[in-house]
Unconditional design. Structure first.
Lengths: 348, 164
């Protein structure tokens, strides 16, 4: 009895249902709005990751010579595509506790016009170069010569400029922008992420602070991370082990998901404060928007046959023209994508 | 042939709205409930379309959303809107006593716990078998039966009290 009354009640109230047409339109409007918002968030996320990756890359690619980069996809896709080829020099600099800076890592990131792929070419910091108006030196020293100011703090922008000019003089490539990454930038990003868990293969004792980092995984704040990543002496394979730790850091960074928009903003801010971007005819937002459009990163190998040379008791690395010249020519003529397809053995 | 969102909305939106009205007892709340759910349905359409029965999947989404709706905001909105609308649309003054009785039931439904009301709607409005009700509510068949019998008992008690 009550059941029948219930059925009748429900049926009678069917007329309460609002019309469907306006609701459908309202649903579609909200969907459009949310999709737009979602895309925006994605773009912000990828721009931030691009910056973080730029911070991290020097450590990942420090010794691309011995250990070519695996070419993992590292930057999620965004929308912007470069309408002209872009070459950015990423310089990882360290002051080794003193006041003068050297570039430990020199890396060219090239995005061909209309491409979503960034190609990375790393140049050894020990590369023998002719610094314009100064003469023979190692590539990493060009940053020192450019930035050193007697009686004043180093001028990092000038260091980056001279390094870029030296790269142009050595390779013939135009450098559109430089990204200078200091350890402080690394530290700020790590802290903004709330610490990063890093896994190291062997224990490391800091020469700077005496801190002992055990083998295995540990969560470090920015200060600890920088301390760990600077250690080279006392490790069985010196710089090689330091670079392995750097790559472990990059893996940890890539594995860190940033879903929280507040944290994302904080990371972006930290990254932008810790790295200096200088461009010739390109602004930082433009650079970021191109970086956000990059959805794949590949490494181009130009140096597995680096041949050393010793001049005046200083050892230098030299380019192997057979390997490097075609790559530089392809970059110059904006056909690196085609070149990479034709030479898969050199691309990872 | 895969079902598109447009085809689905064309056929099912009306059904979903009526179902939501039975759950909420209020057209505005029902509209909000369906809108919020269908936005998610459209954004994740591929996942919805992969379900064996998209219609049942969406009904389940609506039910969950209704059950999860935070009590505070839900109550506030009921107080703000529900009573005048029902009075205006559903209870014309000159209706027979039988009609008034049924609308009495409608107002008692609003006082039932949400899960009990959902179970009643699924059985006496959607005419679904208990197994399917259990699946939509995400509980055991026994729980469905006991909620329904408890809800009916409450309604019967109200009835006896009002019309002894």
């Amino acid at each position: 009895m009550i059941e029948d009354q219930l059925r009748a009640t429900f049926e009678r109230h069917e007329t309460l249902a609002p019309p469907t047409a306006p609701l459908r339109e309202a649903i579609d409007r909200v969907v459009v709005r949310r999709r737009r918002k979602r895309r925006l968030t994605n773009r912000l996320a990828s721009a931030t990751l691009a910056v973080v990756a730029a911070v991290a890359m020097p450590f990942a690619l420090r010794d691309a010579v011995d250990q070519p980069f695996t070419g993992e996809t590292f930057l999620p896709g965004g929308a912007t595509v470069a309408d002209r080829p872009l070459t950015v020099a990423v310089l990882g600099v360290d002051n080794d506790g003193g006041r003068s800076y050297r570039a430990d890592t020199v890396l060219l990131a090239h995005v061909p016009a209309g491409s979503h792929t960034a190609y990375l070419v790393s140049l050894s910091s020990d590369l023998l170069v002719e610094i314009p108006d100064r003469g023979r030196a190692r590539l990493g020293e060009s940053f020192y010569f450019g930035s050193e100011r007697h009686g004043a703090g180093p001028d990092l922008a000038a260091g980056a400029k001279l390094t870029a000019d030296t790269i142009t003089a050595t390779t013939g490539l135009r450098v559109d922008a430089t990204v200078t990454v200091r350890y402080s930038g690394l530290r700020a990003v790590t802290d903004a992420l709330g610490g990063v868990e890093i896994c190291v293969e062997r224990p490391v004792t800091s020469r700077h602070t005496g801190r002992v980092f055990p083998a295995g995984c540990q969560r470090l704040d920015g200060k600890g991370m920088v301390d760990l990543l600077r250690q080279r002496y006392g490790l069985p394979h010196g710089a090689y082990d330091r670079d392995a730790n750097g790559r472990a850091f990059v893996r940890a960074l890539i594995g860190t998901e940033i879903r929280d928009p507040v944290r994302l903003a904080r990371v972006a801010q930290a990254a932008s404060a810790g790295i200096d971007v200088a461009g010739a005819g390109i602004s930082t937002p433009q650079l970021l928007s191109i970086a956000a459009g990059v959805d794949a990163v590949k490494s181009v190998d130009i140096g597995s046959n680096f041949r050393g040379v010793t001049i005046g008791r200083v050892s230098y690395q030299r380019l192997d023209p057979a390997l490097s010249t075609p790559v530089f020519a392809a970059i110059k003529e904006n056909r690196l994508t085609e070149w990479a397809e034709a030479n898969p053995q050199s691309v990872r | 042939m895969t079902l598109t969102y447009e085809e689905f909305a064309e056929v099912q939106l009306g059904n979903m709205l009526r179902y939501a009205v039975m759950l909420c007892g209020d057209p505005h709340l029902a509209q909000d409930l369906v809108q919020e759910t269908m936005v998610r349905v459209q954004l994740n359409w591929r996942k919805v379309a992969r379900a064996d029965a998209p219609e049942r999947y969406v009904r389940r989404m609506i039910t969950n959303q209704y059950l999860d709706w935070r009590r505070g905001s839900w109550l506030r909105r009921v107080l703000l809107r529900a009573e005048p609308d029902e009075a205006a649309k559903v209870v014309p003054v000159d209706h027979a006593q039988a009609t008034a009785d049924r609308d009495q039931i409608w107002s008692w439904l609003a006082r039932l716990p949400k899960a009990q009301r959902a179970a009643l709607v699924l059985r006496y409005y959607e005419d679904l078998p208990d197994a399917e009700i259990a699946e939509i509510l995400g509980c055991a068949v026994g729980t469905v039966r006991s909620s329904i019998s408890r809800a009916l008992a409450t309604l019967r008690a109200e009835l006896v009290e009002t019309y002894p």
